[in-house]
Design a protein around this ligand. Structure first.
Ligand SMILES: Nc1ncnc2c1ncn2[C@@H]1O[C@H](COP(=O)(O)OP(=O)(O)OP(=O)(O)O)[C@@H](O)[C@H]1O
Ligand SMILES: CC(C)(CO)[C@@H](O)C(=O)[O-]
Ligand code: BAL
Length: 285
């Protein structure tokens, strides 16, 4: 597995691949890889001739009281998992390489409006500004044909799709399905922080989403009623502390009163110090 740390090296590599006529697939990540990341790499490998993965814990998208310092990191382990799933090269820059002005600072930001107002955009102020700024930098550095993102971060996909549309960035955003543990918990690098008891109670998230799917299948259309059923089920677990449960129009994340299709049912819930997100897209058959 080739690992490079500088912008110059990854640019040189991509230039060589392009000279051979290869298309470039790109999987941006913050590392500490799991099967979710590997599914993105496999999707890229299927569709593109060269697959670049970036591993960068981006300080710009973390709030002052969030978990930037304790975010799990293990590049050696990541390199093995990335190689097994088909990555050709890892770009793992330092904070100074990405932000040479120092202290993770930039004077230019990319701000996507409207689709950042709700969900994680509301509960993590500045988060999506950090995401869209670093992803536009990464797109400029790697210049991929296609970029692969997990639907676990459904709002992130909406924000980045809006960014590439509005700024005419020549990359296709490819959303990929959520990968779950056998018991239903959505895979996340942050799952390692859960105590066994929190891990057990966190199963309620996927169960509550499934229950909502069943309610809709049985004819429920009232958004308030569906959200309340999800909240009640999550709150039955004493360690669960709800940040949000929202049901929005899937296309533009605008509020809805009664179920339209497709609709995004998204939630963020804390278990101890660990904040987990999950979602499902509700459709009416
Ligand atoms: N369970 C999953 N299924 C599919 N894609 C995933 C999953 N988890 C993360 N991804 C995707 O992997 C990419 C990199 O995400 P990231 O490195 O932040 O991993 P993460 O596990 O989501 O971390 P965390 O949950 O701690 O934010 C993103 O596009 C994200 O949506
Ligand atoms: C897209 C991303 C790599 C930007 O730092 C991050 O938000 C993530 O891992 O989802
Ligand atoms: N996958 C989103 C990265 C974050 O939580 O900051």
């Amino acid at each position: 597995m080739i690992i490079v740390n500088t912008i110059q090296e990854i640019r040189n590599y991509v230039r060589e691949q392009r000279a051979q006529g290869h298309t470039i697939g790109f999987v941006p990540s913050m590392g500490y890889l799991h099967e979710g990341h590997q599914s993105l790499l496999r999707a890229s490998k299927e569709r593109c001739q060269t697959t670049v993965m970036s591993i960068f814990v981006n300080p710009l998208q973390f709030g002052p009281n969030e978990d930037f310092d304790r975010y799990p990191r293990d590049l050696e382990r990541d390199a093995k998992l990335a190689e097994a799933a088909g990555a050709d090269i890892i770009f793992a820059p330092s904070v100074d390489e990405m932000y040479p002005r120092g202290n993770g600072q930039v004077l230019t930001h990319v701000d996507v409006e409207e689709v950042t107002l709700q969900l994680c955009g509301a509960s993590r102020p500045g988060h999506f500004r950090g995401v869209s700024t670093v992803v536009s930098k990464l797109f400029n550095i790697v210049q991929p044909d296609q970029a692969f993102f997990g639907m676990k971060d459904a709002q992130q996909v909406a924000v980045l799709q809006t960014m590439v549309d509005d700024l005419n960035i020549p990359v296709e955003i490819v959303p990929c399905p959520i990968v779950r543990e056998p018991d239903g918990l959505a895979m996340s690098s942050r799952n390692v922080f859960l105590t066994p008891e929190e891990r057990q109670q966190a199963l309620v998230l996927s169960q509550a989403l499934q229950q909502a799917e069943q309610l809709v299948q049985a004819g429920a259309r009232d958004v308030h009623q569906i959200k309340e059923a999800v909240r009640d089920m999550i709150q039955s677990q004493p360690l669960a502390d709800i940040d949000y449960v929202e049901l929005l129009n899937f296309r533009d994340l605008s509020p809805i009163l009664s179920l339209e299709q497709p609709a995004l049912l998204a939630l963020a819930v804390r278990f101890g110090k660990t904040r987990l997100i999950d979602n499902t897209v509700l459709t009416i058959d």
